[in-house]
Design a protein around this ligand. Structure first.
Ligand code: FE2
Length: 224
């Protein structure tokens, strides 16, 4: 039986952004102030997404863990504190880059690269814990109606322009069946033009060939 899964799709998008940002930082010549600035803009966007995601979890999912497994709740809260601390450190290194000399930028760039890799590693472990222990606990204590209500509350808290950015992150990282489920659900819930606007960044990021695969699969599914 297929249960509602709150983590996998969004974590696929976040992992993809984490890897892309780590690779971008690794490629950056921090002696070049324009390149350093571009890298820190990408880093800032990633950190904002991760903070927002952690806030959604703290607000909507953490109370369930606290009710049913206080030990897991503590472990996941400690994970969040650790990655948020690393995130704050990365932000402060990025701020220092703005007024740094070329030599200082190179040194700061080396530290950003090192901290970014630790940040990535911590996030991979944390997300695996949520997708494993966390999701199993949610399935054990909540039915899909309750899980759907949690998911709906998280989605309702995100303004449409931001939701569009999230879809632009999640859909290009998702499998075809996941894309079909997400796009199909959205198209069914939102009037045509608004759905098109919400999906525009994802469609651009996916490319027309992949987008056509998704829409064709939706048509086939609708006829079945
Ligand atoms: Fe988390």
């Amino acid at each position: 039986m297929n249960r509602l899964d709150l983590y996998t799709s969004v974590h696929k998008g976040l992992r993809s952004a984490l890897f892309a940002t780590a690779e971008r930082i690794a490629r950056t010549n921090f002696a070049d102030s324009a390149a350093a600035r571009e890298a820190t803009i990408s880093l800032g966007f990633l950190l904002d997404l991760l903070d927002e995601h952690a806030h959604h979890e703290d607000e909507h999912i953490q109370p369930v863990y606290q009710r049913h497994n206080s030990e897991l709740a503590l472990t996941l809260a400690a994970d969040h504190a650790r990655v948020e601390g690393l995130g704050r450190e990365l932000r402060s290194l990025a701020v220092r880059l703005e007024s740094a000399t070329e030599i200082e930028r190179v040194s700061l760039g080396r530290r950003i690269h090192e901290r970014m890799n630790q940040f990535l590693a911590e996030h991979l472990q944390h997300m695996a814990r949520e997708e494993g222990c966390g999701q199993r606990l949610l399935w054990a204590h909540l039915d899909d109606t309750q899980l759907g209500a949690l998911h709906g509350a998280i989605l309702a808290s995100i303004p449409p322009p931001r939701l569009s950015q999230w879809l632009g992150l999640i859909l290009p990282a998702a499998s075809l069946p996941e894309c079909v489920e997400i796009v199909g659900g959205l198209v069914a819930a939102v009037p045509g033009d608004a759905a098109d606007m919400l999906l525009a960044p994802a469609r651009a990021a996916m490319g027309e060939a992949r987008w056509n695969e998704v829409t064709q699969a939706l048509v086939v599914g609708a006829k079945a």
